[in-house]
Design a binder for this molecule. Structure first.
Ligand code: MRU
Length: 365
């Protein structure tokens, strides 16, 4: 078995500057351009405008953006709340963002009383820990999830859930990468993912980079692909998973879930436990981001729609738990009814993370 790997880093911290370096995903697949952010406001703008996107990557970018802001001040305690609030206000749906911001607030609180330079190092280390944790979650999801995929056949995916969306090999795409590295003969079917085309622009690009056999379809072709037996399983990521397993993900996931159920094809969700929100009892309580009309009327800046037409542009929808075959996290595979498994996974992850933090902060003997 060969571990799946990636050379794509969506978000990087550079000590020099310091700088948060992002792949500008708005420019892909045309050009691989790096955005070098030296101010938190630039990272905030990058998150809002989807230069960096994908639930885990947003969390990592926010953590580094907060570190950037706090390393520039000697008065950390005066700035931390406003800075964290600014990052938390960037996008409402992906709970990884709020999770990462909370981790950063905690690390600031725990470093109180230390000399400023030491606090700065602790804060940067906390952001690194979020990135490292996400990369290892991706690898673990890959191991748990690969076993669920068939030995051969078509796998349908939606949006982009790869290295561009995480700090590692990806969530759903990470599972696919791992299954292929394990020797499974899979062909990836990529929904283009209207309106912002994360499937066509980003997932197709990642598959091409890795030599993964893939076919692009428009979102409205998924039904025909399923009906004609081309798809053995579907796997997607999530931006927020409610306590009952209802899973918010990129708009178009709900109809895909309905189609999969109709055709008896399993739909798997792959997401780290940082995507699970036990405070949300069910999907109706998940805030759904609505974005600018321009994204629908002018995809890639080209006018598609008649002037003056009304537009509804929700960026996410919710796949109900009843239509999900399994939820893969770094802690294992949750099966319906999901509530008990999800609670246990979150508890285990909390223990694992606090043991890792205690280890990292223990005095060196
Ligand atoms: O609006 P985006 O591009 O940030 O939405 C991304 C998605 O919906 C992904 O499917 C989700 O974040 C899971 S990615 C690991």
């Amino acid at each position: 078995m060969h571990p799946a790997q990636t050379t794509i880093a969506a978000v990087r911290w550079r000590e020099l500057g310091p700088t948060v370096e992002l792949i500008d995903q708005r420019q892909l697949p045309g050009e691989l351009v790096l955005l070098r952010c030296t101010e938190p406001a630039q990272v905030i703008d990058a998150i809002r405008t989807l230069a960096v996107r994908g639930a885990p990557a947003i969390g990592v970018a926010a953590a580094y953006g907060i570190a950037l802001g706090l390393c520039a001040t000697g008065d950390i305690d005066r700035h931390v709340d406003a800075l964290c609030d600014d990052f938390a206000a960037t996008r409402p749906t992906a709970v990884n963002l709020f999770w990462a911001v909370a981790q950063m607030r905690d690390s600031v609180a725990h470093s109180a009383g230390l000399p400023t330079a030491q606090r700065h190092r602790r804060i940067v280390a906390a952001a690194h820990a979020i990135a490292v944790d996400d990369a290892s979650c991706c690898a673990a999801m890959g191991r748990h999830g690969a076993a669920l995929l068939p030995d051969r056949g078509g796998i349908l995916t939606h949006c982009n859930t790869g290295s561009l969306a995480t700090a590692g090999i990806g969530t759903a795409l990470g599972v696919i990468r791992t299954a292929i590295a394990d020797g499974k003969q899979l062909h990836v079917w990529i929904d283009e993912t209207r309106p912002l085309l994360q499937g066509a622009r980003l997932t197709a690009w990642e598959c091409a980079q890795d030599g993964i056999a893939a076919t692009l379809i428009c979102d409205n072709m998924a039904g025909h692909a399923l009906k004609t037996g081309r798809i053995a399983a579907a796997i997607v990521g999530a931006d927020r998973i409610a306590a009952n397993g209802d899973s918010a993900n990129k708009i178009g996931t709900y109809p895909l879930a309905v189609l999969c159920a109709h055709h008896g094809v399993p739909l798997y969700i792959a997401a780290p436990t940082s995507t699970i929100d036990l405070q949300c009892p069910h999907g109706d309580a998940i805030p759904i981001e609505e974005r600018a009309a321009q994204e629908v009327t002018h995809p890639l800046g080209v006018r598609f729609a008649a002037d003056g037409v009304g537009v509804f542009n929700p960026a996410f929808d919710v796949a109900p738990a009843s239509l999900i075959a399994a939820i893969i996290t770094e802690e294992g595979v949750a099966r319906p009814p999901f509530a008990v498994d999800l609670q246990a996974m979150v508890d285990r992850a909390r223990l694992r993370r606090s043991a890792a933090t205690a280890g990292a902060q223990a005095p060196q003997l």
